[in-house]
Design a protein around this ligand. Structure first.
Ligand SMILES: [Zn+2]
Length: 455
């Protein structure tokens, strides 16, 4: 599809070769590293521990050779320390004076003290907003379009995309996910949005609620596209198909962990991976490690590893060598659907969701992928039951699945055996399946949990 030749959010990049884009990244990398070293005692300490000097980091290869500097735990420790020593919670890796901070955001799912991974100066916000907005532009959102935007808002990180939507001249209709389905659907009917941005589970929930609350099917809202994020789902073929059939429009998967690796899928029947449309803002597509050993994983077509983020051109809280905990698969070939020439990725799971069953790494998304293929005999809603803290699971793995509405009790045993066999063929583990009625597993307005923890 030739919707756009404007592949990248920074127009300069659209005229560069892949090699020139790398040079562009490396130029910014050298500046970013020097700036962080100069501005933060934490980064100076990390360079010292690594036995490296900032001037040693000239290329992406040099960067990949550095050890991990930051992860969520380290970030939290930095925040605790800066509360004590500097009187603010933004961490000892803060690189700008606190009075220069223009916008902050944190993630909704965290436990313990919140970390303000989204800490921006005004320049940061402007720089990132262009990338965030371009994701929506990539699939046809234009000036004057209304975008129904439903997430946990306010201090939460998803609010950042509002800056991007406004940046391209579209109008967000922003509704806090905690407002409830009646408000969401009433506003949808009233404002006639061209697009909706929300989570996969909420988009699915609204399909069921619309006839009851606004007396119409979601397809009658006549939206042109759904932009979904926050959960694995769009990359499961049955989920994508189900949403597209119900809403009567294409469904896209988008992402921007900590405002980095800004990416979105293009319009294609088959899942095409999220396209990295802002390689000038971070090196997330260029740096992977093994989630266990933290050793570098070579970047080649199909490579799987934990994404490591290094910011480019950030002022407030740039991240250097930040292990995100997100396990991704990178694709280096150009997109077969839209011709996007840069790198694409698929999110496979979180390193902390990883299970180890008989020595084999299993991500819940891989199990969900197999289960979803059995819809409508199942609803696709599921839980993995954990009797002990992960990652190690003593087999058999226990699954709780919702059967489909038309399935008789007598059919469940046979269906369970068929699904268990399919999982065994694909993943080499034979689960025990516990059946529950359709719509009996609780759905969250934010991220629906995949585990039922019994420990
Ligand atoms: Zn594409």
């Amino acid at each position: 599809m030739a919707l756009n030749r404007e592949y990248y959010s920074n127009p300069v990049l659209n005229n560069l070769t892949e090699e020139q884009i790398t040079n562009y990244q490396e130029e910014r990398l050298r500046e970013q590293v020097k700036y962080c070293y100069r501005s933060s005692s934490f980064y100076r300490k990390k360079f010292k521990e690594a036995g490296a000097r900032p001037e040693d980091i000239r290329t992406l290869t040099d960067l990949r050779a550095l050890p991990i500097f930051l992860n969520k735990d380290q970030e939290r420790q930095n925040a605790i320390k800066s509360v004590e020593t500097e009187g603010h919670p933004f961490g000892t890796h803060l690189c700008c004076p606190p009075e220069e901070i223009y916008l902050i955001g944190t993630t909704s799912g965290t436990t313990g003290i919140p970390t303000f991974t989204y800490t921006f100066t005004k320049n940061d916000v402007e720089l990132i907003a262009r990338g965030l907005g371009h994701r929506f532009y990539y699939n046809g959102v234009r000036k004057g379009d209304r975008v129904l935007f439903i997430f946990a808002l306010g201090i939460y990180a998803t609010s950042m995309s509002l800056w991007g939507i406004r940046d391209i001249g579209a109008l967000p209709v922003d509704i806090d996910a905690r407002a409830g389905s009646e408000i969401m659907l009433t506003f949808a009917k009233l404002t006639k949005p061209a697009f909706m941005a929300t989570t996969v589970s909420l988009a699915e929930y609204l399909i069921r609620k619309a006839p009851e609350i606004i007396k119409m099917e979601v397809a009658e809202l006549r939206m042109k596209g759904l932009m979904l994020t926050g959960e694995i789902g769009v990359n499961i073929p049955e989920v994508k198909k189900r949403l597209e059939m119900s809403y009567g429009c294409p469904v896209y998967d988008y992402w921007a962990p900590a405002g980095h690796a800004i990416s979105i899928t293009c319009r294609s029947d088959e899942y095409s991976g999220m396209h990295g449309i802002a390689p000038d803002l971070c090196t997330g597509f260029e740096d992977l490690v093994d989630p266990e050993s933290k050793k570098p994983v070579a970047i080649e077509d199909g490579a799987i590893g934990e994404m490591v983020i290094t910011s480019l051109k950030r002022e407030a809280a740039p991240l250097l060598k930040y292990a995100t905990g997100d396990i991704v698969q990178i694709f280096t070939s150009s997109c077969p659907f839209c011709g996007f020439p840069g790198k694409r990725l698929k999110v496979i799971g979180r390193s902390d969701d990883m299970l180890i069953v008989k020595g084999v790494n299993i991500y819940p998304s891989a199990i969900k992928n197999v289960v979803e293929a059995f819809t409508p005999s199942v609803t696709g809603e599921m839980r993995i039951i954990l009797d002990n803290p992960p990652p190690r699971v003593v087999p058999p793995l226990k699954l709780k699945l919702e059967h489909g509405t038309g399935i008789a009790k007598a059919e469940l045993e046979g269906l369970g055996a068929t699904i268990a066999k399919a999982i065994h063929e694909k993943l080499k583990l034979r689960p025990i399946i516990d059946w529950v009625a359709p719509n009996s597993l609780e759905k969250s307005n934010r991220k629906t949990p995949i585990f039922e923890k019994r420990f």
